[in-house]
Design a protein. Structure first.
Length: 715
């Protein structure tokens, strides 16, 4: 009975679910089955929670917890604690909810139940997010993500990315929110997590609206509405319910017919009994003269027979009352069937009913509107479901219905009566009898032609934009110093990895007279916006050293700052675009390199070959450009020193040291220095290979956060 109640619970038929849960609890109590009683109390708690009757939900869940604690059933204890957390959360009782979730997490960790651990961590993170404690929310979401990665549960990984996107959205960090939410969409599409599409597209729509990209916000809102109204929503296959009611109707009708047959047989038996009684009475009077004793015995038998007849009459009356009640139930079922029939006829989805072999038996009015065929015309052209499918992969999916009796969903092109090719999304659901054999097959088709065309248009737009950006990459690459410009003067290596197609980082090398200038810059932002800044930075540096004869590093960065502020009108507008940069001037005198270094929030690393040590020289704590920074402008400073032959300088953007691994630990400057000290005796080609492999291993399985650039120069 409890399983029947669960079935009605998932169909949202809460009165019948409550009835069966209660009956199951009574039976469990009568046989003193405490395990079953604990489950029934938990089911009742969930039922009342679903109906927002929180006092009753709390009461029954606490009873379930009490029984499970006596049984020492730690798995169920953890679930009960998790449910109590959810009940309190639904009432905005965050403190109590957090306590229950933490207790659930402690028990789940004790028994190493990864599924409950994930749910508890996720729920705790949601509470902190609702309280605007985003740091704690991120901590628990990250632990939940690590848990799902360890168990290989990609569904929970996808849910974790959605949670990260949501918390960064609430924090106002829309770029990171967009990265996580987009990653969750790619994963959901890759693994066909259809139930997550609606949430993801709604979140993407909100994020794009927040960054004023109303076109994409609208596009994702359309997809959100599409999936909200699609066949994936719960209880949209109402025709299945119609068939279930039909099955219940047939079962009740057979029961009534059987009872009527029994009643007829009993009435026949009574008639025979009366007939025999009359014969006995006649014999009694015939034998009365023969034996007084026999007469007495006959009277006793007659009295007993009369008592039996009275009992039969009472039984027949009770059966009559039961038949009347069953007839009333059938009347209610017929009314429900009539309502569901109206739903099936009025829905916009095309609904088919097939026999167990896939042959069409019926379709609704929406099929005529969609395909243009009358029913007889349709079955003449498409007699069964396989004739409607023109794709081998979809035919394989259909075979799953007959093989494993599972619901399948696929997209297919169908030719309408007017020869129009219509894209439809089809859900096939088998209806099984009590022996688990297919009785009927239900097909629900939705016209997705507009959605397919829209997706194709979006792809064309995306291809056009991507092509334009790739052409921009060609232009940006042409502005970077080619190897043949540096190689004649210095042995070197370059690691240049844009986060997107084009980069906000750039490196620069020029020779002016006896001086060599080398720089690595990290512009604000990445992608197209960062690439524009990198091109402005490269152009201004060339103008300063060639046209304005600026040969001092302090003078170069000071003038670069002034030109950026003027070029972007940052004196009057709050435009924070700018760059961080490390700049070196090198003068080779015999076996010495006379160095002048100035940095804007970027350091310089120097490897001294004599001591085999890495020396870090910090830059000034001031960026180039930026409206806020301009108001607090100050002069840059320089560091002048000597380096020996075979010493190496390393310059890099912060994209390398800020990159997280799967444990959300940054690469960091200390780790970079440690690696360089171990490999600096090697050739620069080998150093580049080792650094690249180390970076690949560090980044593997994570989201690349920023552009990465590193330049090594051997003196």
């Amino acid at each position: 009975m409890r399983l029947i109640g669960i079935s009605y619970y998932f169909k949202s038929n809460y009165p019948l679910a409550l009835d069966f849960f209660t009956q199951s609890l009574i039976v469990a109590d009568s046989i003193n089955d405490k395990n079953l009683m604990a489950k029934c109390y938990n089911n009742l708690g969930l039922l009342y929670w679903k109906q927002e009757s929180f006092d009753e939900a709390n009461e029954f869940t606490l009873k379930s917890l009490e029984y499970n604690e006596k049984l020492d059933n730690k798995t169920e204890i953890a679930w009960c604690l998790n449910n109590l957390g959810g009940i309190n959360f639904a009432q905005n009782n965050y403190t109590e909810a957090l306590q229950y979730y933490q207790k659930s997490l402690d028990v789940a960790r004790l028994i190493d139940n990864k599924r409950i651990i994930f749910n508890a961590l996720k729920n705790i993170g949601v509470i902190f997010m609702e309280q605007n404690n985003y740091e704690q929310a991120l901590k628990y979401f990250q632990e939940a993500l690590t848990n799902s990665i360890e168990t290989g549960d990609k569904y929970h990984v996808c849910v974790s990315y959605i949670n990260f996107g949501n918390v960064y959205y609430k924090m106002g960090n829309f770029d990171v929110a967009l990265e996580y939410t987009s990653t969750s969409l790619h994963l959901a599409k890759e693994l066909n997590f259809l139930d997550l599409y609606k949430t993801i597209h709604k979140q993407l729509s909100d994020i794009y609206a927040a960054i004023n990209d109303y076109q994409k916000a609208y596009e994702h809102h359309l997809l959100f509405k599409s999936y909200s109204d699609s066949i994936f929503n719960e209880n949209n296959l109402r025709e299945i319910i119609v068939l279930e009611y039909q099955y219940q109707y047939d079962k009740q009708r057979q029961k009534i017919e059987l009872e009527q047959q029994k009643e007829t047989q009993k009435q026949k038996f009574l008639r025979n009994t009366f007939f025999i009684g009359f014969i006995v009475v006649a014999l009694f009077f015939a034998l009365l003269l023969r034996s007084f004793i026999l007469n007495k015995k006959a009277n006793i038998k007659l009295a007993q027979r009369q008592k039996e007849i009275e009992e039969k009459n009472v039984e027949l009356y009770q059966q009559k009352e039961e038949i009347a009640e069953q007839a009333e139930e059938l009347s209610v079922i017929n009314q429900e069937l009539e309502k569901l029939s109206i739903v099936a006829s009025e829905t916009d989805n095309a609904i088919f009913i097939m026999d167990k072999f896939g042959n069409f038996e019926w379709f609704n009015e929406a099929c005529k509107k969609l395909y243009g065929f009358e029913y007889n015309e349709f079955v003449e052209k498409y007699p069964d479901i396989l004739s409607l499918i023109d794709d081998d992969e979809n035919r394989k999916q259909i075979s799953e219905i007959f093989k494993n009796k599972n619901t399948v969903i696929f997209e297919n092109v169908v030719e309408a009566k007017n020869k129009e090719k219509i894209w439809v999304q089809t859900t096939l659901t088998p209806i099984l009898d009590y022996q688990k054999n297919i009785k009927k097959i239900i097909a629900v088709n939705s016209n997705i032609s507009k959605l397919i065309a829209y997706e194709k248009e979006l792809k064309n737009i995306n291809d056009y934009i991507t092509g334009s950006i790739r052409y921009a990459k060609t232009i940006q690459s042409a502005m970077l110093p080619p190897p043949e410009k540096i190689n004649p003067h210095f042995e070197n290596f370059v690691v240049f990895r844009p986060k997107d197609i084009v980069s906000g980082d750039f490196y620069w090398f020029e020779q002016v007279g006896k001086y060599f200038f080398v720089a690595v810059a990290d512009c604000t932002g990445h992608g197209v916006a960062g690439a524009f800044m990198s091109m402005i930075g490269t152009t201004l540096l060339n103008q300063l050293v060639y046209d304005h004869n600026c040969l001092d590093t302090v003078q170069i960065l000071t003038k670069l700052n002034e030109h950026i502020v003027v070029s972007l009108n940052q004196e009057n507008k709050m435009i924070n675009q700018g760059m961080d940069i490390s700049l070196c001037r090198i003068e080779i005198v015999e076996n010495k390199a006379l160095m002048q270094f100035t940095g804007a929030k970027r350091p310089l690393l120097c490897y001294r070959s004599k001591t085999n040590k890495i020396e870090k020289i910090n830059g000034d704590k001031k960026s180039i450009g930026g409206a806020i920074k301009y108001h607090y402008a100050k002069e840059f400073t320089s560091n002048c020193f000597e380096l020996d032959k075979d010493d190496i300088i390393y310059m890099f953007s912060d994209g390398l040291i800020d990159q997280n691994n799967t444990d959300r630990r940054k690469f960091g400057t200390s780790k970079l220095i440690g690696i360089l000290e171990n490999i600096s005796k090697n050739s620069l080609d080998l150093q580049q290979k080792i650094l690249t492999e180390t970076l690949d291993n560090w980044v593997h399985g994570t989201i690349v956060r920023d552009d990465i650039t590193m330049l090594g120069l051997k003196l």
